[in-house]
Design a protein around this ligand. Structure first.
Ligand SMILES: Nc1nc2c(c(=O)[nH]1)N[C@H]1C(S)=C(S)[C@@H](COP(=O)(O)OP(=O)(O)OC[C@H]3O[C@@H](n4cnc5c(N)ncnc54)[C@H](O)[C@@H]3O)O[C@H]1N2
Ligand code: MOO
Length: 414
């Protein structure tokens, strides 16, 4: 029979030290050329400079008439019509105007335009109701983008506007950081596939599916390594298989003090364990190692500990590996909408719902913060940073929080 070890050989590190140990090893993986117009969610590896002015010629900003401002209020002869994309057939002389539509290039000779609402046209003549200055209602060359301007910087995550900017400039290929492949392994004799018949006392594997979804949300490619039972040879083989296929390995379970908690000794055998315990709740036994330069995270088995440890320690690393210039979630100050009891021995990341109310970010917790209660993460858009202690924080006091999802609000009210 194996023996229970009474004291962990791993020193308890602080959240800040754990983060520093991870982030110094989370360097971008390299880059590749990809299609720009389908690059949603990818991270740019190079700055993008505009190769041309947008617009490249002066254009009409409205539907109306192009004319010469110097002709003042005198009626003009209407000599043609210009549409966006149509042929440019007109050159304006003094006393002349041409109909022009929004987005059509200004004709030679014209220096302003007037919207149709400010005009009348009778018998081929244009009458205008106000004086114009040169440049009025004209979209000038380079007004939207100037040639040579840096329009996007390395480390930017491509969203819808960035795709539009690239399309506008005719940039159809970009260099993006490679997306990390992340292998996820569940461990435990009691853990079964959610689709299997569950023997009494067994636990369905929620962690692997939760973590793979979180990996995808973090912009990476998840690889499932299945469930490894609590056997050192089986787990060793699964870890090695994961490291062959992936850039990062995440395991779930088997990191605390039980006789079947095999992950820490295995990682120590295969590589270097940088820390094996964090003064942090939920997720004290979270373990970080490197094996042949690859990052390995041993996350706890409790479902909440697993996902909160992922959010706090793994996600920033995954964002940094793909070159994100801002790998961390934003930290804000929230006002408590209810009293909050701290954990006596460890700083705790309580799951909260943050909403914007009367000019303040107000946080309420998601109910019981038990490490096994996955419902405490349902609907949460933040993690409240509660320092260790004995004194309850009353409603109305303020604490720092990480925003992990969109703020709750009522939409626009004017
Ligand atoms: N004597 C001590 N015991 C424990 C300590 C300690 O310091 N001393 N730490 C506790 C803390 S804190 C945590 S967190 C847990 C984490 O333990 P493990 O990572 O070893 O997790 P397991 O024992 O394997 O499992 C814990 C719990 O989670 C369930 N589980 C496991 N895998 C999955 C999965 N894939 N999907 C869903 N649920 C899963 C498992 O059945 C257990 O109920 O240790 C404390 N113990
Ligand atoms: O760190 Mo454990 O997650 O407190 O239960």
């Amino acid at each position: 029979m194996s023996v229970l070890i009474r004291e962990s050989p791993y020193p308890m590190v602080s959240i800040a030290d754990a983060t520093a140990m991870i982030m110094e090893r989370a360097q971008p993986l390299g880059s590749e050329e990809i299609d720009a117009l389908t690059a949603l969610g990818r991270v740019l590896a190079n700055d993008i400079t505009a190769p041309e002015d947008i617009p490249d010629v002066p254009k009409s900003a409205m539907d109306g008439y192009a004319l010469r401002a110097g002709d003042s209020l005198a009626p003009r002869r209407v000599v043609g019509e210009l549409t966006a994309g149509g042929p440019s057939t007109v050159t304006l002389g003094p006393g002349e105007a041409t109909r022009i539509m929004t987005g059509a290039p200004m004709p030679p000779g014209a220096d302003a335009m007037i919207p149709v609402e400010m005009t009348e046209e009778r018998d081929g003549m244009l009458y205008i109701q106000r004086e114009l200055k040169p440049g009025d209602y004209v979209h000038v060359v380079g007004q939207d983008v100037a040639r040579g301007q840096t329009v996007l910087t390395a480390g930017t995550t491509i969203g819808a506007p960035e795709i539009g900017i690239l399309a506008t400039l005719g940039i159809t290929r970009i260099t993006a950081y490679r997306r990390p492949r992340v292998a996820v392994l569940a461990t435990g004799d009691e853990v079964v596939e959610p689709s299997e018949l569950r023997p009494g006392g067994a636990v369905r594997d929620s962690n692997r599916y939760t973590l793979m979804a979180a990996v995808r949300e973090a912009g990476c490619e998840p690889i499932s390594l299945g469930i490894a039972r609590d056997d050192i040879a089986v787990q060793r083989q699964a870890i090695l298989r994961g490291l062959e296929q992936a850039d990062v390995l995440i395991t779930s379970g088997g990191v605390s003090m039980g006789t079947r908690d095999l992950i820490k000794p295995l990682l120590a055998e295969l590589g270097t364990v940088h820390f094996g315990r964090i003064a942090f709740k939920p997720g004290k036994p979270t373990t970080f190692a490197t094996v042949n330069g690859k990052l390995v995270f041993g996350l706890p088995g409790f479902p909440v500990s697993s996902l909160v440890s992922f959010e706090v320690f793994v996600r920033p690393a995954l964002r940094a590996l793909q070159g994100d210039a801002r790998p961390f979630r934003p930290q804000v100050t929230v006002t408590l909408g209810q009293p909050v009891r701290p954990s006596p021995d460890r700083p705790e990341y309580q799951r909260i719902i943050v909403s914007f109310q009367e000019g303040k970010l107000v946080a309420v917790t998601t109910g019981s913060q038990n490490s096994s209660r996955l419902l405490s993460l349902r609907g949460a858009n933040g993690l409240l940073l509660v320092p260790a202690g004995d004194t309850v924080y009353p409603a109305g006091s303020t604490l720092p929080a990480l925003l992990t999802g969109p703020l709750i609000g009522e939409g626009t009210t004017w």
